[in-house]
Design a protein around this ligand. Structure first.
Ligand SMILES: Cc1ncc(C[n+]2csc(CCOP(=O)(O)OP(=O)(O)O)c2C)c(N)n1
Ligand SMILES: [Mg+2]
Length: 623
């Protein structure tokens, strides 16, 4: 009989995880950088017991909120180009369901995270247990069923031997560039503690090779013909360029062909700045230079993008009557969007192949001239937006961004997720390093920022990490500052306080609703609305109370001083900058489909509806 090891199921899971490695291009690393967790009765005696004393092989990190720890894991995975991640353990019930939002975020962003929620007793004996959701139709239901639609692999380990087949499946999905996302293994609390004789081979070191899949030859040839026939081509670079580490070949491809590159939020940094063919962000939050070229382009080469509505300006971005798409993507579903000619496989390998197939092709002189002119126009516009004289009374968000751009080093990382910052950064930030711009904009989940910053810094301890966060997001999830303090993880948080939601406030105004419900104001006894006094909230004091070192910066010079003080600080630093809610960066030749009420007593809403119907006519089907 083959060798066996007697372990509890939880001990076996932990031992297995500690032995998993990933490898790409001959570089190998442990797949799991540790386990984040919050213990409760659903995991303390199982996974909790198994993690104790494992600091050398699989370190345990105590988080403050289960949603946050999934964001941390996703950010860690993103920073590692999906070659590594963290596992997350929770109790049953609320600890588990707190992870659902994080799971959705990871899956939508195609980032591997392993979730190990505790589950109700498989043996059912003491049911209903504390925090159990009961059903009168089935006893085979628990809150962990909520993970099914947000996980790429989901399993419930009702018998301890099931992990022998479930764990390799979990790893297959986590390390699959096309399938990756949240993987959930729900672990009933009684089964976690149950012992059995596991095959020793389960715990041998395993290396998961991340394949670089080439594309189909016929389709490559057709793609090359489309490129050769195009007059106004453009590249839309998404996160896949970065995950595949295809930035070098992308640069060689555009240098050879003269085709300009616009970037999605996830793809920003694909063609690092400065480069004459870089157009910056594209779509709803894109630059005028990128959006004008997109409007008239006859061929869009999409690389590693899901083509979300922000990228396509809700399918209004591409207006050439015969526009065609070539899509390079490791996921078949994404490669087929917009009726693209699908090149399914790894971005780096496919770009190498395409490069030789289009050799000799170059865009014409008119294209190059037009490009230079639109880039010049955009530079002037950026100067205008960022000019500190434009509104001297208040600090604007754009000014803060400009100062950060001037101050930060090329390898420093900015982290952001929701609010008005992502749009402004997408337009204004010049990324000098492929991993310097970390935006979670697939789920745009308020609360990701600080938790994500933690994951980024854990993945790249040698880089300085700057978390940019609005007051709304901060109030939703600031508590991971405590986790960063606990782990001595140095991050700088730049907290932009505009007393509410500038982003959704602006959107509300644009749909005729005047910013209703988006200001942090006290209930006004006269009007009965939230338009009373400013709230006596002191976010700086709040951050300080969590263990951060805090700077208050009410002016741009004070912000500069705070940044230089923070750069020399070795703990968690928070710089609080009050910013003007009303000085927004506008949109450029773009649109975002947010339906406006079709009937209303308000003239403003009716006007907004008319404009909406007009704009929607530009939406296209690509069949
Ligand atoms: C968890 C979550 N809830 C709600 C939203 C919708 N939403 C998007 S931006 C935003 C306001 C963000 O406020 P803040 O962080 O202060 O940024 P600002 O808009 O002021 O720049 C809201 C509520 C979201 N993206 N995520
Ligand atoms: Mg705000």
């Amino acid at each position: 009989m083959s060798a066996r090891v007697r372990l509890t199921m939880a001990q076996a899971v932990v031992r297995f995880l500690s032995q998993q490695r990933s490898s790409r291009d001959g570089r190998e690393q442990p797949f799991f950088g540790g386990v984040f967790g919050i213990f409760g009765h659903g995991n303390v005696a199982g996974i909790g017991q198994a993690l104790q004393g494992q600091g050398e092989t699989l370190r345990y990190y105590l988080a403050r909120n289960e949603q946050a720890m999934v964001h941390t894991a996703a950010a860690y995975a993103k920073m590692h180009n999906r070659l590594r991640t963290l596992a997350c353990t929770s109790s049953i019930g609320p600890g588990a369901t707190n992870m659902v939002t994080g799971a959705a975020g990871a899956t939508i962003n195609r980032l591997p995270v392993l979730l190990l929620p505790g589950d109700i007793f498989a043996g059912r004996g003491p049911a209903p247990v504390l925090q159990q959701l009961e059903s009168s139709h089935s006893q085979d239901v628990s809150v962990n069923d909520c993970f099914k639609p947000v996980s790429r692999y989901w399993d419930r380990i009702n018998r301890s031997e099931q992990i022998v087949t479930a764990l390799p499946e979990a790893m297959r999905v986590l390390t699959s560039p096309a399938e990756t996302g949240a993987v959930t293994l729900a672990l009933p609390q009684d089964v976690q503690a149950e012992a059995r004789d596991y095959p020793a081979a389960l715990f041998e070191p395993r290396v998961w090779t991340i394949a670089r899949q080439p594309a189909d030859r016929d389709r490559l040839r057709d793609a090359a013909s489309l490129i050769r026939a195009s007059v106004r081509p453009m590249i839309v670079a998404g996160g896949g360029v970065l995950y595949s580490e295809a930035t070098d070949v992308l640069r060689r491809f555009v240098d050879a062909t003269g085709i300009a590159v616009a970037e999605t939020q996830a793809g920003k940094g694909s063609l690092p700045d400065p480069h004459p063919l870089s157009l910056g962000g594209v779509g709803a939050t894109g630059t005028r230079a990128a959006n004008l070229l997109a409007r008239d382009a006859d061929l869009i080469i999409v690389i590693g993008s899901r083509l979300s509505d922000f990228t396509t300006a809700s399918k209004t971005a591409f207006q050439h009557h015969q526009v065609r798409f070539v899509a390079i993507n490791v996921a078949e579903m994404d490669a087929g969007k917009h009726a693209a000619l699908p090149l399914v496989g790894d971005a780096r390998v496919i770009l190498e192949e395409l490069l030789s197939l289009v050799s000799g092709y170059h865009v014409d002189a008119e294209y190059a001239e037009r490009l230079a002119a639109s880039q010049n126009d955009w530079r002037l516009e950026v100067d205008r937006i960022c000019n500190p004289q434009s509104n001297p009374q208040f600090v604007s968000q754009a000014q803060v961004i400009v100062v950060l751009q001037e101050t930060l080093g090329p390898s420093d990382v900015i982290v952001c997720a929701a609010g008005s910052l992502p749009g402004d950064l997408h337009k204004l930030w010049r990324v000098r390093d492929p991993k310097g711009y970390h935006l979670e904009y697939g789920y745009s989940c308020m609360g990701y920022e600080i938790a994500g910053g933690l994951g980024v810094k854990m993945a790249a301890p040698d880089r300085r990490v700057y978390v940019l966060v609005g007051d709304g997001s901060y109030l939703m999830m600031a508590q991971e500052i405590v986790t960063a303090v606990q782990e001595r993880i140095a991050i700088t948080i730049v907290l932009l306080d505009n007393a509410g939601f500038a982003s959704i406030g602006g959107l509300s105004e644009s749909v005729g609703s005047g910013g209703f419900g988006t200001r942090y104001r006290a209930r006004n006894p006269q009007t009965g609305e939230l338009d009373g006094d400013p709230l006596p909230v002191d976010l700086a004091a709040n951050a300080g109370s969590l263990g951060a070192t805090v700077w208050r910066a009410n002016t741009i010079p004070a912000f500069r001083d705070a940044l230089s003080a923070a750069a020399g600080h070795t703990g968690v630093g928070v710089i609080v900058v009050p910013v003007d809610r009303e000085s927004r960066v506008g949109g450029y030749e773009s649109w975002w489909d947010v339906p406006v009420a079709e009937v209303s007593d308000s003239a403003g809403v009716r006007r907004a509806r008319e404009a909406y119907e007009q704009a929607r006519r530009k939406e296209r089907d690509f069949l």
